[in-house]
Design a protein around this ligand. Structure first.
Ligand code: MN
Ligand code: MN
Length: 305
């Protein structure tokens, strides 16, 4: 990786970190999640672009929840809130998350996934199998008396591609991928006091284009073209579609595009036994001299835990 490219990965990482600092600053009980997310996305937009809608996953919700167009959810006081942000510029992506325990009861659960992330970052190197990173993550989380979520994983990132093939499991895994020099990875341990498994809800608010095929409908094709221009192959919110088609039409158009199988929706993921969930995530560049953590959430995490 040349110096210029490295600077780009580092720059988006810095914006992601600053966005999470802002999240800690803004969050309070009874705050509408929609307001919270819009402030964070606008902050990202003042520097770069969101690589996906800001995810705000509360309590037993593990991932893929971002408010829809008419969301009225507020941040509950007695809660643990995962804030997961993505930033991109020219397709260089940073993906980072923190858990904010609004009740001290959830600090240990938060610490479990944070310390697991720190161990994983020490272990990631060229030639290492991703399954052995999973073993470190699992070991730390179990030592806190919690379970890792075994069907959520970290992932390789490449330009304009958030999930670029290889995965970093959160449990010891025998058959896994080999990590190579100069690859970029998001590492994201999830800990829970539940079953250690997430299931899908029927609802979803985050979408992604999966096919460039014509739908045979002129109106839908022009919407799809505009989506591709704005979001490429990255996940987007129904709120961002409302920005150019209007709030009233967005949902129907998305439903029509889903039916044509040119876009997909990410269902909200919740813990199977409705256990509470914590998550921390950093993006790292793998080098022979040790990982370069582009998002560097450790300092912020230590302030809030
Ligand atoms: Mn993430
Ligand atoms: Mn991720």
């Amino acid at each position: 990786m040349d110096a210029k490219e490295k600077r780009k990965w580092l720059w988006v990482g810095k914006i992601a970190r600053k966005t999470l600092v802002k999240a800690v600053d803004l969050i309070h009980e009874d705050m509408p999640v929609l307001e919270f997310v819009e402030k964070l996305e606008n902050y990202i937009k003042s520097y770069a672009s969101p690589a996906f809608p800001v995810n705000v996953s509360i309590n037993h919700v593990a991932a893929h929840y971002s408010p829809g167009i008419y969301d009225s959810t507020v941040i509950p006081g007695d809660s643990i809130v995962k804030v997961d942000v993505g930033v991109h510029k020219d397709g260089y992506i940073a993906d980072a998350a923190i858990s904010i325990p609004l009740n001290r009861d959830y600090e240990e659960l938060s610490r479990a996934s944070f310390e697991a992330l720190m161990e994983a970052e020490k272990a990631i190197a060229p030639g290492v199998k991703t399954g052995s990173i999973g073993a470190f993550i699992e070991h730390v989380i179990l030592s806190y008396g919690f379970k890792p979520i075994r069907n959520l994983t970290g992932h390789k990132i490449s330009r304009f591609n958030l999930h670029a093939g290889k995965s970093v499991p959160n449990t010891k895994t025998a058959f896994s991928d080999k990590i190579e020099e100069d690859e970029v990875y998001a590492i994201e341990p999830f800990a829970t006091d539940g079953a250690g498994y997430v299931v899908e809800l029927s609802e979803g608010f985050i979408y992604r284009i999966i096919s460039a095929r014509r739908t045979g409908d002129k109106k839908l094709d022009s919407i799809l073209r505009e989506m591709w221009r704005r979001f490429r192959g990255l996940p987007f919110s129904e709120r961002w579609v409302a920005d150019f088609v209007g709030k009233e039409k967005a949902k129907d158009l998305l439903t029509a595009l889903l039916k044509k199988k040119v876009i997909m929706v990410y269902p909200v993921l919740v813990e199977k036994e409705r256990g509470f969930v914590s998550q921390f995530e950093d993006t790292v560049i793998v080098t022979r001299e040790g990982p370069i953590v582009t998002t560097g959430i450790a300092e912020l995490a230590r302030e809030i835990l």
